[in-house]
Design a protein around this ligand. Structure first.
Ligand code: FES
Length: 106
């Protein structure tokens, strides 16, 4: 699906990502600055924090309890729509998904 990441400074990264990979893998693969993914998707670092556009929050599968627990450890304050991008797997129905990158991951 075509997805868009918006950096904290407003820079936009829009690209097509394959289905079945995580948002974190898609972002790091496309070189989106600000998505670190230090633990490689093991739910141990919280450096893959993204904020899902309000229009999309209800359309994504909800976070697991483990993801919710790690969301308490993000560097930038957690907000409505905050997710760990390594836990969101891309599917074809996410065409047009928009995400905001927080100002900091550390
Ligand atoms: Fe470490 Fe997502 S990449 S928690």
């Amino acid at each position: 699906p075509d997805i868009t990441f918006i950096e904290a400074d407003g820079e936009i990264h829009a690209f097509e990502a394959p289905e079945g990979v995580s948002l974190m893998a898609a972002a790091t693969g496309a070189g989106v600055p600000g998505i670190v993914g230090e633990c490689g998707g093991q739910l141990r670092c919280a450096t893959c924090h993204v904020v899902v556009d309000p229009a999309w929050v209800e359309r994504l599968p909800p976070p697991s309890s483990d993801e919710q627990a790690m969301l308490a450890l993000t560097a930038a304050p957690c907000e409505q729509g905050s997710r760990l991008s390594c836990q969101v797997m891309l599917t074809g129905d996410m065409q047009g998904l928009v995400l905001r990158v927080p100002a900091s991951q550390y």
